[in-house]
Design a protein around this ligand. Structure first.
Ligand SMILES: C[S@@+](CC[C@H](N)C(=O)[O-])C[C@H]1O[C@@H](n2cnc3c(N)ncnc32)[C@H](O)[C@@H]1O
Length: 356
């Protein structure tokens, strides 16, 4: 039975499927889900190109952040990369801090294989709950939370309904259903004052993930880097909603058309994640990716590389100059204000006093 057939069977048995359940099946089904099965997605020949795939300087900069946390809390047990993809980020990071125990959490078997081959020594697991709890650690999630299953809520005149997935004719289509209380409460709190018809992705899956991540560390930090914004920034985008699909580096079709064959993603509601963290007693720091990477030294590295490139242009071999040129271009790409630099970074810290 295909994934589409299995989704249709579940809908026939229990009625319209909430969008978060649909995302769970379309992305994570072990046999046919976009991440659960198939090839490696996050690399140049895959479906999307992420910061660590653009440049090893991303992992190198994150290594300085991790070292900063180690100094802040006085020692670190481990670094954990969640949704580690090909292992590119960990490879750059482990080069800088080779003696630190590192874990990769990755749901995709193809990605797990890639990490194991690329970063020997890393402990690769399939889920966060396979990592021992109460670590002094840093958890990194680059472009992970935008994939975690979310419900879709639609603003009505006086409240919220959910857009579920139903069988319409001979295909899947959207169907309005009554909103679950926790979905309506989230939408009311984190998407206030929107006109009727607005569509909001209710990111309770991301909230649960962050709470589990905070549970894993006794001291240290969780850093989430992704596309998204706060409620103010997302306001206009919520007229249509931000759910979209990707395949082979391009926007893909409607998510209901080919479940399992495309990525399904959305803009991350960062203020909702910040609220979860603050309510769990953590300290929160929110910035753009460019600001975060600058704080941890990437602009200084860029300026060193530009100087080295100039020197090489005067007297060095051509190959060296060309290599330096590409390192410079890659670093500029990570910082670009209309591209990756405009991603957001949310750092959530367990206060160092929690280690006592
Ligand atoms: C967009 S890719 C980012 C990969 C990597 N972090 C990078 O920046 O190149 C998302 C990755 O997260 C993995 N993933 C998605 N949901 C996950 C989950 N719930 N737990 C662990 N890994 C997950 C996917 O398999 C995929 O490799």
């Amino acid at each position: 039975m295909t994934l589409l057939d299995r989704i249709a069977t579940e809908i026939s048995a229990t009625g319209p499927m909430y969008f978060d359940r649909f995302m769970e099946m379309a992305l994570y089904d072990p046999g046919d889900g976009f991440f659960g099965a198939g090839r490696l997605r996050s690399h140049r020949e895959g479906d999307f190109l992420t910061s660590p795939e653009v440049s090893p300087l991303f992992g190198e900069t994150l290594a300085r952040f991790v070292a900063g946390e180690r100094d802040r809390i006085g020692g670190l047990d481990a670094v954990i990369d969640c949704g580690a993809g090909s292992g590119a980020l960990l490879a750059g990071l482990v080069d800088e801090i080779p003696d630190l125990l590192s874990y990769a959490v990755e749901v995709s078997p193809a990605a797990r294989e890639s990490i194991q081959a690329r970063v020997p020594g890393v402990v690769v697991v399939g889920a966060l709950d396979e990592i021992p709890e109460r670590l002094r650690g840093v958890i990194i999630a680059n472009e992970l939370v935008d994939n975690l299953p979310a419900a879709v809520a639609v603003r009505t005149g006086d409240g919220w309904e959910e857009e579920a997935v139903a069988i319409v004719g001979d295909r899947l289509g959207a169907a309005p259903v009554a909103a679950r209380p926790d979905v309506a409460a989230w939408a009311e709190r984190f998407a206030p004052g929107l006109p009727a018809g607005s569509r909001v992705e209710v990111q309770l899956g991301a909230a649960r993930w962050l709470l589990a991540a905070l549970q894993t560390i006794d001291a240290g930090a969780v850093v989430m880097i992704d596309y998204g914004d706060t409620a103010d920034g997302l306001r206009n985008r919520r007229a249509q909603g931000t759910v979209r699909t990707y395949r082979a580096h391009h926007l893909g079709p409607d998510p209901l058309l080919e479940p399992g064959a495309t990525d399904i993603t959305m803009d991350v509601a960062f203020d909702a994640l910040a609220a979860v963290a603050a309510e769990a007693g953590a300290e929160v720091e929110y910035s753009t990716q460019a600001e975060f990477l600058t704080r941890w030294g990437l602009r200084d590295r860029l300026s060193e590389l530009r100087h080295a490139e100039l020197d090489a242009a005067r007297s060095g071999p051509v190959m060296e100059r060309l290599q330096l040129r590409s390192r410079v271009t890659e670093a500029e790409t990570l910082l670009h204000p209309r591209g990756l630099g405009d991603f957001r970074a949310l750092v959530v810290r367990r206060p160092s006093t929690a280690t006592a």
